[in-house]
Design a protein around this ligand. Structure first.
Ligand code: PLP
Length: 319
């Protein structure tokens, strides 16, 4: 008996085609349970602890013009996260790198958003003991996406600082990339209610922390500052530090007050999903002269240039 006929006999609602229609998924290729699959077929059990308890870690790297950007740093962070959460996979670093490259190559994408995930999985005996769970690895490559769209990149994002506080580091270590996003999603709704386009939320001391999928930088008198406490140390944030070093700009990770952000000359956010993205309004007030700043523009240009540099990027091998 298929699920659909079961539905008929037990007078359950017909299983709709909505969730099965491959056209409703972004074009891409996933790897899970030892197989490469179209995105529409990559599905996990609802009993996986990754789904039930957000018991998972992940990392996202991007491919730009056929090259992974800073893949080694993403793999380092992913393996550190798994170790911290006491997860183990049957794949080593080289195998995971190969799987990611295969997902991109099979998808055919030249610019791609590539995610690697390790979930707690589940126990074959339904034990509640996480030590008995078989951890699960999933990877996928879909088209490259950005936090900011073309228009926002040109004129700068409008951001609102939400009253929502980021989950305390003593509860969930923010340096381990995780799916504990209820605070970030609440921040987003607060921002939309305010009429802004995205959100920043605060740390437990009331300073600026980060946003849904990005870190933030403020520029004052040519010097850069990004929050140090209660945030994910983003690879794009690290890249900004590296670029600043190269061109002789001062950049520090320290507490960033709300007022300090409001009074900065320039601000931008950083993410694998979009790179360096300008912010020109915070809580309805303009930052600096309200236009994309020169430091932001200079770093953005250099950031994209580095994507072709073999010291910063690795070629995908397409068939
Ligand atoms: N902060 C959070 C909470 C994130 O989820 C992300 C990325 O998804 C970032 C910051 C930015 O990190 P990265 O530059 O490594 O993409």
């Amino acid at each position: 008996m298929t699920v659909a006929t079961m539905g008929k006999h037990a007078s359950l609602p017909e299983v709709g085609s909505r969730y099965q229609d491959a056209r409703l998924y972004p074009h891409g290729v996933a790897f899970m349970d030892g197989q490469y699959l179209p995105m529409s077929e990559a599905k996990i059990s609802v009993l996986d602890w990754g789904f039930l308890h957000s018991d998972a870690t992940y990392d996202t790297v991007h491919v730009w013009e056929g090259r992974f950007f800073r893949l080694n740093l993403h793999l380092d962070r992913f393996f550190k996260g798994m170790e911290h959460l006491r997860m183990k996979l049957p794949y080593g670093r080289e195998e995971i790198q190969q799987i990611l490259s295969n997902c991109v190559a099979l998808s055919g994408h030249k610019s791609s958003y590539v995610e690697m995930i390790c979930t707690r999985g589940g126990s074959p005996t339904f034990s509640r003991d996480p030590r008995e769970a078989e951890n699960r690895f999933i990877a996928f490559a879909v088209p490259f996406g950005s936090v900011a769209n073309k228009e926002q990149l040109e004129r700068g994002l409008h951001v609102a600082v939400s009253e929502t506080v980021r989950i305390p580091p003593k509860s969930v270590d923010p340096t381990i990339k995780n799916y504990h996003w209820l605070d970030l999603v609440k921040g987003l709704f607060d921002a939309y209610d305010f009429g802004a386009e995205t959100a920043l939320i605060t740390d437990t001391n009331g300073n600026i922390a980060e946003g849904p999928g990005f870190n933030v930088f403020a520029v004052k008198d040519g010097k850069l500052k990004t929050p140090a406490f209660g945030v994910l140390p983003g690879i794009t944030r690290q890249t900004v530090f590296d670029l600043c070093k190269e061109i002789g700009l001062s950049a520090v990770a320290e507490d960033l007050g709300r007022q300090e952000l409001a009074l900065s000359d320039e601000a931008f956010i950083t993410s694998t999903a979009g790179g360096i993205m300008p912010v020109t309004r915070v809580n309805g007030s303009q930052i600096g002269d309200g236009r994309v700043g020169s430091v932001t523009a200079q770093l953005t240009e250099l950031y994209w240039k580095k994507h072709a540099d073999p010291a910063w990027s690795t070629a995908v091998v397409y068939p």
